[in-house]
Design a protein around this ligand. Structure first.
Ligand code: HEM
Length: 330
């Protein structure tokens, strides 16, 4: 590369580095923490060696972070009475796991580049690395988020529920600027990980007070699930065929009426819904699913906090920085 081109590249990178949360960019840590992607990759790979669900836990944390006041690491804040009303205490976060893995990533990142990388960015990068290590697509992760000094438990209580109708799910996504394609695509993350039985045993008998099982749940699969569900807290794979692989099987399962949650199956089985054709497209083409997954993850990852919330680069992902540590107020 000649000098003029190099100078132009450095100028562009410098401009990008100066950007705020509103303009995330993939080069945000190019000079301040060039080894960041490798550090995250290393710790997530290690976690996967002892925990098949590590990848699933991490991408779900990023989703629950971004849907509540934008991607600001607020989901990770623990309760401090009178100060932090933790989102972890909201019912939809009741079974959320993986904070220990985030602690390990943060410790490794802090040792490589102290005080530079936000927990919100660690979640965004971990989600991408998790998908790649599970056989799914890579995408370029825009970076430069800050960590909030506030949590919003009330908003967390409004995260999408597995018992909601497609109309309600669509409305919750639309409120954040995410359309039907994003809803179907991002739900494809249910290609790996587990759900506790309490979220779907209501489909087995007397579904919605009909006196009958959910007619959109395959009867033989229903009986297999009934056998598997020895307690409400038992965890069952979303995808019975390739439980820990990121692939398009989720959509094939929906076509076969083997969606685990009501909210999964509705994407395919709601009469007249625009989501059915999208499920069919992804069931037919893993390439199209993978390309769109990256696009929708970037869109979700761009959700930014409302203006005026004080933010910082947290040193411990579970706690706001002590007053002695400088933080931005935006
Ligand atoms: C469309 C609305 C959604 C609903 C109603 C929903 C609901 C759920 C429920 C009930 C569980 C099981 C939780 C438990 O047993 O504790 C779960 C797990 C999971 N969700 Fe979703 N989810 C939705 C969208 C998403 C999105 C957008 C993503 C990521 C992009 C995602 C990723 C996951 C993953 C990976 C797991 C497994 C976690 C594990 O094994 O620990 N979900 N989801």
């Amino acid at each position: 590369m000649g000098y003029p081109k190099l100078t132009a590249l450095v100028a562009v990178l410098t401009l990008m580095l100066g950007s705020s949360q509103a303009q995330l960019n993939p080069f945000f840590y190019t000079f301040t923490c060039p080894q960041l992607p490798f550090v995250v990759l290393n710790v997530v790979s290690q976690a996967l060696q002892t925990d098949d669900r590590a990848a699933a836990k991490l991408i779900r944390l990023h989703f629950h972070d971004c849907f509540v006041n934008g991607c600001d690491g607020s989901v990770l804040l623990e309760d401090v009475p009178g100060v932090i009303d933790s989102e972890l205490n909201a019912p939809p976060n009741n079974g959320i796991q993986g904070l220990d893995i985030v602690d390990n990533i943060k410790a490794a990142v802090e040792s490589a580049c102290p005080g530079v990388v936000s927990c919100a960015d660690i979640l965004a990068l971990s989600a991408q690395v998790s998908v790649v290590l599970s056989g799914g697509p890579a995408w370029v992760v825009p970076l430069g988020r800050k960590d909030s000094r506030r949590a919003n438990r009330t908003a967390a209580a409004n995260l999408p529920s597995p018992f909601e109708t497609l109309d309600v799910l669509k409305a919750k996504f639309a409120a954040l600027g995410l359309g039907s394609t994003d809803l179907v695509t991002l739900s494809g993350a249910h290609t790996f990980g587990r759900s506790r039985c309490l979220f779907f045993t209501g489909r087995f008998d007397n579904f919605n007070n009909t006196g009958l099982p959910d007619p959109t749940l395959d009867a033989a699969y229903r009986e297999q699930l009934r056998q598997a569900c020895t307690t409400p807290g038992t965890r069952v794979s979303f995808d019975p065929i390739t439980p820990d692989t990121f692939d398009k099987n989720y959509y094939i399962n929906l076509q076969n009426h083997k969606g685990l949650l009501q909210s999964d199956q509705e994407l395919f089985s709601t009469p007249g819904a625009d989501t059915t054709a999208i499920v069919n497209t992804f069931a037919a083409s893993q390439l199209l699913f993978f390309i769109q997954f990256g696009n929708s993850m970037i869109k979700m990852g761009n959700l930014s906090p409302p203006p005026g919330i004080p933010s910082e680069v947290r040193l411990n992902c579970r706690k706001v920085n002590p007053p002695t540590v400088l933080h931005d107020v935006i």
